[in-house]
Design a protein around this ligand. Structure first.
Ligand SMILES: *Cc1c(COP(=O)(O)O)cnc(C)c1O
Length: 378
């Protein structure tokens, strides 16, 4: 009789909870006993810890990563008539916030191999929109897809040439770095998310905004707290209610204690995958000097559905990020130029397959996944 092997989940929140249970529960219990569930002391403590971790001067915690993007755009005064350049291949929220505040998302294709916005295509699109004159080029939101920081050096040059506000959507890359500069300090304003599957995650919704600019930080904090000024009573702006719960801050503080080790473990898992798979499928590039947070490990395969089914039969969970690029979603088609306008993103959406990735993977498990991938693509 063959031995039945346990199924391999895509991410393993269970293993993490078992490893961190005493510290998470001690943190939660303190909040429950103190009863300060909204903007309790853990929220300020977390903001300080996150600022220290990233090297950014200010960290403003908010309710989720989508609000973080929206608040950053509101603080910049982006609105109707403005073009905001976004990668065509991302989670929908990157474009959603742009449309939500009345501006127009302009889709830019991604680079081969990085899954991130292609700086050459970005420059072309900005020049096209400027020449056309219908919309004002106003902002660019690079996304650090699957954990890998975008090419901020090139993008900052384009932003400067065209007077664009540069906002980094680092929802998937918290913990990543370029050289010795961490995500959070790679752009004038950076946002992240603590949704349960992200690299640093709480047990619900959460997000944060990072900047070195003190005036801008004050405006964003004001917007996130109903537009109230420093006195907490007088509404100085039309804002929104976007706070990180104290209980979620407590969970994040507990997880932050082991976060560096978790990042290292994800990096090791990515290395095992790459060694086994690089000659078999299109595996994500590992680039010296660019440290991915490896929140997702995505390969590109032909006959994806068949590969996915074969992995499922072997007890291996996979996911597809993303089944369609944003410009081909019905709600966003009107902002884009239809099929064929972002070919690299469109091809990626047909081939992308995310394999199990988390900090509690061992080499044997990664080996099992790689064997199954090799058998399926053979
Ligand atoms: C998850 C995610 C968001 C949104 O974060 P939420 O906390 O779920 O609102 C935005 N952008 C990208 C690229 C994401 O992956």
């Amino acid at each position: 009789m063959t031995q039945v092997k346990p199924p391999i989940p895509l991410i393993d929140l269970d293993a993490q909870y078992r490893a961190l249970q005493p510290r998470i529960e001690a943190r939660l219990q303190k909040v429950l006993l103190e009863g300060r569930f909204i903007l309790g002391p853990e929220v300020a403590e977390l903001e300080e810890s996150l600022a220290r971790f990233t090297g950014a001067r200010h960290a403003i915690s908010v309710a989720n990563g989508t609000d973080a993007l929206k608040i950053a755009l509101m603080a910049e005064g982006v609105g109707p008539g403005d073009a905001v350049f976004v990668p065509a291949f991302s989670f929908i929220a990157t474009a959603e916030v742009v449309a939500d505040i009345g501006a127009a998302p302009v889709f830019v294709d991604i680079g081969e191999g990085t899954f991130n916005i292609d700086p050459d295509r970005l420059r072309e699109r900005v020049e096209d929109v400027a020449a056309e004159g219908r919309l004002r080029p106003r902002a660019v939101i690079p996304v650090d897809l699957f954990g890998r920081p975008a090419d901020y050096g090139a993008i900052a040059g384009i932003a400067e040439d065209h007077g664009l506000f540069l906002l980094a959507d680092a929802a998937q890359s918290f913990g990543g770095a370029v050289g010795n500069q961490r995500v959070g300090s790679l752009a004038p304003v950076t946002t992240t998310s603590f949704y349960p599957s992200k690299s640093l995650a709480c047990y619900g919704d959460g997000g944060c905004i990072f900047t070195d600019d003190g005036d801008r930080a004050e405006v964003m904090r004001c917007l996130a707290r109903h537009g109230f000024g420093a006195d907490g009573y007088s509404a100085e702006r039309v804002g929104l209610n976007s706070r990180l719960d104290t209980l979620q801050a407590a969970i994040l503080l507990a997880k932050l204690e082991v976060f560096e080790e978790e990042l290292a473990a994800r990096g090791r898992a990515a290395g095992w995958y790459e060694a086994e798979l690089r000659d078999v499928v299109a595996a994500p590039a590992i680039t010296p000097d660019i440290a991915s947070a490896w929140s997702v490990y995505t390969i590109l395969v032909e006959r994806r559905d068949a590969v996915r089914t074969a992995l499922l039969d072997a007890g291996i969970a996979t996911a597809i990020y993303y089944t369609a690029p944003i410009h081909l979603h019905p709600a966003y088609a009107g902002y884009g130029d239809g099929p064929g306008s972002c070919p690299v993103a469109e091809r990626a959406s047909e081939r992308a397959l995310a394999l199990p990735m988390h900090a509690y993977l061992d080499e044997e498990t990664v080996g099992r996944v790689c064997q199954a991938v090799k058998a399926a693509v053979a």
